[in-house]
Each structure stands twice: as structure tokens, then as C-alpha cells.
Design a protein around this ligand. Structure first.
Ligand code: UD1
Ligand code: MG
Length: 448
């Protein structure tokens, strides 16, 4: 990698009409992250420290996303969609007098790897003036074709609609990603006209112009799968499938066991330690951290949660944001945890809701325990002390504290604090009537 100043111009002005969505296209998510955020992160990872995003007028959601991103990202508006060259020109003030590497990326192409973008940078460092990322297309129709000489020198890109029959037979296509030596970019853009089949200003014309001026355009290649652009829900699902494949492979390469990887859904920010075991049919949303040796059993759903070393979650567990499961703790079937900490070795093995709570070391929460954390207006906390034992089917009405080593009798509704080592029982005393059932049967002549 070079340390020349580097700028990424990210084109995001596309309408995305085929998504049929109230959400702007580049806000649609792949593995839990908006496509635009993927592209920004990849540009950053590839060393493009400065970034400019080109939006269409009125794109409020994309603007808000960019403003929330770390670092200073410039936002430009392309007032009319006159073509990709015009879109780059919308960022004129960023590229004017910028004497470094400039890469142009599409915000709807989330699968491009940072390593691939670095190849374009390396080609510029190696003497190229314009670099095009090409790929061998299984079906090249619709793409711009890379026109090379017999010696393999890139001389032009021909858009599908403008190509001759022989040019259409070329399989080497333009991915849309192009990089430029900044010093030449504005000059090239200003010479691009719109005398073509679509009447648009094609960024791809920069290649032919550069060649005519004696500059050096070159092509570098990547896998077709990386270049997938998302224009429809079906393409979004394809991008998701490819991204999931990558994430599962990376998890396994990092030392995790995925029993049935094709049934496990991860997010791009999922952190998975060594010897983590993930059983089939697990969905992991954003913000999840699985520490070394943790187990997530089948059919569990996790988001915004941390699972400590050697802890076991599931089967059928739900961890919601703010769930912190300590080392060796156990969260069993049909247990929901939200904004609650389980300290080391604490357990809730069956059918519980634990929200806005702190559960002390080795405390045991019986089946069917509910923290009543919401009074219809506000949320309140429940504190369960170290080694406490909560009997099955108890309701803990927050705010409430159960002391260290205290017991709550099964079926209790606890509304007042329970002192350390005390027993609290609130259920009615059991009444027994000997022979009652037999008497009733007799009276009804059913004593068979
Ligand atoms: C473009 C390339 C083509 C390449 C293909 C890869 C040109 C002229 N053609 O064609 O060689 O094979 O991508 O997918 O560049 N955009 C704007 N403003 C505009 C026009 C486009 O921001 O005025 C953005 C779009 O949102 C999109 C990207 O640029 O993200 C590409 O535009 P699109 O219209 O899809 O170009 P293609 O015709 O597919
Ligand atoms: Mg396109």
C-alpha cells in the first residue's frame, strides 16, 4: 500500500425504483449493515482515508447515515442523473487540485473486498494513470466491455448499448470501479460528452480519452461475485447469501464449529472466539460477541449480546440488546434476556423473562420466573444477589432486590426487597381436605 493521499468517491444517487421500497436503496442491509456503510468501510480498509458520497436531491436517509459515520465524509448532491461521469463531477470541489489516488465506487456494490480495491491502488503506484476493475462475466449483456489491443493493452470501454456485434462478444466487463491519478481526473471528466446511445455522460469514456492523450489505462481483474450490484430484492438476497458464506467460512477458519453452517446467520460485526460451537438454525444479529468456548444451541436468536467463556445459550434462547452472559453461565430453552447481566455461573434454564436485571454469581433462576420490569410508564431494575435461589413461577416486581443467598418460594409475587439469606414466600398456604375427591365422586355415582 502506498501512503499517497487517497480519496474514494462513492456514487449513491441511483433511484433504486426496482427495490419498491420507502427505504433508499443504499440503506438496505446485507448481514446487518447498510450497503452504503459496507462500501464506506471497505474504502477505509483499503486506505482511502478521504471520502465523498454523491447523493440525489432529497436522499435524507443516506445523508443521515453518512453524518453518523465516523470520520469526516463529504456529501455532494447530483441535481440530475446525467450519467456516472456527471455524478463524479458533482464532487468537483473534492477532486479539484487533489493530487493523489481517486477511486470511484458504487454504493450498491457491497461485496467488493478491500484487498481488491488495494489492487487498483497498487496499479496506480506501478505507473498506471487510470485503472479499471474488470471481471470475466458469465453473461456480459448490459455491462461495459473492456476493449484491449492484441497485446493486452486497455484502450477503451464500450457500453453495451454502443457496442458493435464483435465487441458484444467480449466477456471481460467493467465492474464499475475505476481509479485515477487525481492530477488527470478533472481534465478527463471535462472532456467527456454525452453523444452516445443513452445520451449520458459516461465515466467509462475516461479510458478512451486517457489512451488518446498518451496516458496509461490498465485493467485489473476480480471474481464476478464481488461485483454484484444490488438493484432488486432478489439481488439483495443473492448478496446476502454470498456475504453469509464468507462470514461462516471466516468463523470456521477462526476456530469455531458450525454444525450446519448453511443454517447459521451472522452479522458482519459478529465476534466469534476459538472453540465456539454454534448448533444449527441460529440467527445472530448485530453487536454480538461470543467468547472462547461458548456454545449457542439450536434455534437461538441473539442481538446486541455478549456471551462469556464457556457459557451455554439455548436451545431456543433469545438474547436481546444488553444481555451480558458471564463465563460458564447457562441460559436455557425459552428464556428471554434483555439488558441484563448474568454473572459467572448464574443460571436461568427454562421459560423465563429476565429484563433490566443483574443476576449475581451462581444465582439460580427457576422455570417460569418473570422480572416485571415495566409498570406501563417506566422500566425498573431487579437485583438478584450472589447465590440467590428464585423458585419456579415467581414474579419479581421491579424495582426490587433479592439479597445474597436468599430464597424465593415457588409461585411468589415479590414486591418488596428480600434481605440476604432470607426466605420470601407470598403464595397462599396450602389447604388439604382429606377424602374430599372420593366423597364428591360418590355423591355423583361415579365411584367406579
Ligand atoms: C455502469 C458502467 C458499465 C459497467 C456497469 C457495472 C458507465 C457509463 N457504465 O453501467 O460500464 O459495466 O456500471 O454495473 O459508467 N449513478 C449516479 N448518477 C448517475 C448515474 C449513475 O450516481 O447519474 C450511480 C448509480 O446509482 C449506480 C452507479 O452510478 O450506483 C452506476 O450507474 P448505472 O446506471 O447502474 O450504470 P450502468 O448502466 O449499470
Ligand atoms: Mg447498473
Amino acid at each position: 500500500m502506498t501512503d499517497r493521499p487517497s480519496l474514494a468517491v462513492i456514487l449513491a444517487a441511483g433511484k433504486g425504483t426496482r427495490m419498491k421500497s420507502a427505504r433508499e436503496k443504499v440503506l438496505h442491509e446485507v448481514a446487518g449493515t447498510a450497503m452504503l456503510a459496507h462500501v464506506i468501510a471497505n474504502a477505509q480498509a483499503a486506505g482511502f482515508a478521504r471520502k465523498a458520497v454523491v447523493l440525489a436531491p432529497g436522499m435524507k436517509q443516506a445523508r443521515a447515515l453518512v453524518e453518523a459515520e465516523a470520520g469526516d465524509i463529504e456529501v455532494f448532491t447530483q441535481s440530475e442523473q446525467l450519467g456516472t461521469a456527471d455524478a463524479v463531477l458533482a464532487a468537483r470541489s473534492a477532486i479539484e487540485n487533489f493530487d493523489g489516488d481517486v477511486i470511484v465506487l458504487y454504493a450498491d456494490t457491497p461485496l467488493l473486498r478491500a484487498e481488491t480495491l488495494v489492487k487498483l491502488k497498487d496499479a496506480l503506484a506501478g505507473g498506471a494513470d487510470v485503472v479499471v476493475l474488470g471481471f470475466e462475466a458469465a453473461d456480459p449483456s448490459g455491462y461495459g466491455r473492456l476493449i484491449e489491443t492484441a497485446q493486452g493493452a486497455l484502450v477503451a470501454i464500450r457500453e453495451d448499448k454502443d457496442a458493435s456485434t464483435s465487441e458484444r462478444a467480449i466477456n471481460l466487463c467493467n465492474s464499475g470501479v475505476m481509479a485515477f491519478k487525481g492530477a488527470h481526473l478533472l481534465g478527463l471528466l471535462e472532456k467527456i460528452g454525452s453523444d452516445n446511445a443513452k445520451g449520458e455522460f459516461y465515466l467509462t469514456d475516461a479510458v478512451g480519452l486517457a489512451h488518446e492523450q498518451g496516458l496509461q489505462p490498465v485493467a485489473v481483474r476480480c471474481e464476478e461475485a464481488e461485483t454484484l450490484g444490488v438493484n432488486s430484492r432478489a439481488e439483495l438476497a443473492r448478496a446476502e447469501a454470498i456475504m453469509q458464506e464468507r462470514l461462516r467460512s471466516a468463523a470456521m477458519a477462526g476456530g469455531a464449529t458450525l454444525v450446519a453452517p448453511e443454517t447459521v446467520y451472522l452479522s458482519c460485526d459478529t465476534r466469534i472466539g476459538r472453540d465456539v460451537l454454534i448448533e444449527p438454525h441460529v440467527v445472530i444479529g448485530t453487536g454480538v460477541d461470543l467468547a472462547e468456548g461458548a456454545t449457542v444451541r439450536a434455534f437461538s436468536h441473539l442481538e446486541g449480546a455478549r456471551v462469556g467463556e464457556g457459557a451455554v445459550v439455548g436451545p431456543y434462547a433469545r438474547l436481546r440488546p444488553g444481555a451480558e452472559i458471564g463465563a460458564g453461565a447457562r441460559i436455557g430453552n425459552f428464556v428471554e434476556v434483555k439488558n441484563a447481566t448474568f454473572e459467572e455461573g448464574a443460571k436461568a434454564n427454562h421459560l423465563s423473562y429476565i429484563g433490566d436485571a443483574h443476576v449475581g454469581v451462581r444465582a439460580n433462576i427457576g422455570a417460569g420466573t418473570i422480572t416485571c420490569n415495566y409498570d406501563g410508564f417506566d422500566k425498573h431494575r431487579t437485583e438478584i444477589g450472589e447465590g440467590a435461589f428464585i423458585g419456579s413461577n415467581s414474579a419479581l416486581v421491579a424495582p426490587v432486590t433479592i439479597g445474597k443467598g436468599a430464597y424465593v418460594g415457588s409461585g411468589s409475587t415479590i414486591t418488596k426487597n428480600v434481605a440476604d439469606d432470607a426466605l420470601a414466600v407470598t403464595r397462599a398456604t396450602q389447604e388439604v381436605r382429606e377424602g374430599w375427591a372420593a366423597k364428591v365422586r360418590k355423591r355423583r355415582n361415579r365411584d367406579t
